[in-house]
Design a protein around this ligand. Structure first.
Ligand code: PMP
Ligand code: GLN
Length: 381
């Protein structure tokens, strides 16, 4: 393993899901739903396979039907206008979008400012691009970014701000005011912004606003979305990038040499999914909102300190009330102690002390599963 990948090892999600499989514990670690997305969308994938649509290499930027659907989705929800031919790119999940964006946009030794705790692939992709990650630490209990600290982190080497709202793992959602302030800094310092908005439809308080819509941002912002999250098909690995033509063109150049194209038949199905009526998106959000409350109440009753998320399908907690300090050790032992798997947030910080006692649980599971998991966690007390 080369030095760039030093210390990146196995992702925490693979490690903890393997632990769940090995122990038979309830997996509230890795964020994947235990109920698949809409039946009609699964049927659309089967139909595409049967009709021979996408069984051979689809077009590199994505099939035209899906690019048009992504563009229409951005117009329907955010009044953003994007040319499906030049300003939309289909990727192999948001994961590839992040990788291709970092590889395409960064020079070696460029600095990238990213929220910490950070989604794990950010660190890996910035490292693979030879760039340097500069953390902006989000602190409990609110996890709001300190904008003075952000300003102080910007140096002449800063090239890019890597945003994530709603934020995994904390559930923090940037306010309109924070976004305007961040956008103003990006314009003032001529920075690129890559914004991971895969949880765009999971905002329980307030609404999601893409930063790309703000003044001065259109030609410097790369926005990332994912069908895995929005339609509960994490195994399909269909994601996308939307941005101004030159940025999409740059990201497409990198994508060509990562996967060349993304799986064909699923693209036809996701094109249909993006055209589902507003009621689908509303129901998805209210369903997960209910589960957020169910898991939050259960975790509080079990004795955790719970940081209420405004978005995503994750809850970050603190284990200090149990007299415990080490989230990783806690998560390693949790299946044995009570048959539940969770994720230690400590691995998402550069400074391991910063999130040492934080543990993340997902609530994208059936209600009976969440009830059983919290009943088990009550045994910890
Ligand atoms: N970004 C964030 C913040 C995520 O939580 C995830 C994980 N699902 C991804 C990107 C990756 O998305 P995908 O599965 O579409 O690659
Ligand atoms: N995004 C998912 C999570 O945060 C995990 C996806 C992955 O395993 N790469 O749980």
């Amino acid at each position: 393993l080369n030095r760039r990948l030093d210390g990146l090892g196995t992702t925490i999600f693979a490690e903890m899901s393997a632990l769940a499989t090995a122990t038979g514990a309830i997996n509230l670690g890795q964020g994947f739903p235990d109920t698949d997305g809409p039946e009609e969308i699964r049927e659309a994938a089967v139909r595409a396979l049967r009709e021979g649509k996408g069984n051979q290499y689809p077009p590199g930027p994505g099939i035209p039907e899906l690019r048009a659907a992504i563009s229409d989705h951005q117009r329907r929800f955010y009044s953003l206008s994007l040319d499906p031919d030049t300003e939309v790119l289909v990727t192999a999940g948001a994961t590839e979008a992040i990788a291709a964006a970092m590889l395409a946009l960064l020079e070696p030794d460029d600095e990238v400012i990213a929220f910490e705790p950070f989604y794990d692939s950010y660190a890996a992709c910035i490292a693979m691009a030879g760039a340097k990650r500069v953390p902006l630490t989000l602190r409990a209990p609110s996890f709001r970014p300190d904008l003075d600290e952000l300003r102080a982190r910007i140096t002449p080497r800063t090239r890019l701000l890597l945003l994530n709202t709603p934020h995994n793992p904390t559930g923090m959602v940037l306010t309109a005011g924070e976004q305007s302030a961040i956008a103003a800094l990006a314009v003032e310092h001529d920075l690129l912004v890559v914004t991971d908005e895969v949880y765009e439809h999971l905002v329980y308080e307030g609404t999601h606003h893409p930063i790309a819509a703000l003044p001065g941002m259109r030609d410097r912002t790369v926005t990332i979305g994912s069908a895995g999250k929005t339609f509960s098909f994490t195994g399909w690995k269909v994601g996308w990038v939307t941005a101004d033509g030159p940025l999409v063109s740059a990201v497409r150049t990198a994508k060509q040499y990562l996967t060349y194209v993304s799986a064909g038949p699923f693209q036809y199905a996701v094109a249909e999914a993006l055209r589902l009526p507003d009621s689908y998106f509303e129901h998805f959000r209210t369903d997960l909102g209910r589960k957020r409350d169910l898991l939050g109440d259960g975790l509080r009753a079990a004795g955790f300190e719970v940081y209420q998320p405004q978005g995503t399908y994750f809850i970050t907690t603190d284990i200090t009330p149990f007299g415990e300090k080490d989230a990783y050790a806690f998560c390693r032992a949790l299946p044995e102690r009570c048959g539940v798997v969770a994720i230690p947030n400590s691995v998402f910080y550069d400074d391991p002390d910063a999130g040492r006692s934080q543990v993340r649980f997902t609530f994208c599971k059936r209600e009976d599963v969440l009830r059983e998991a919290t009943a088990r966690l009550r045994r910890l007390g």
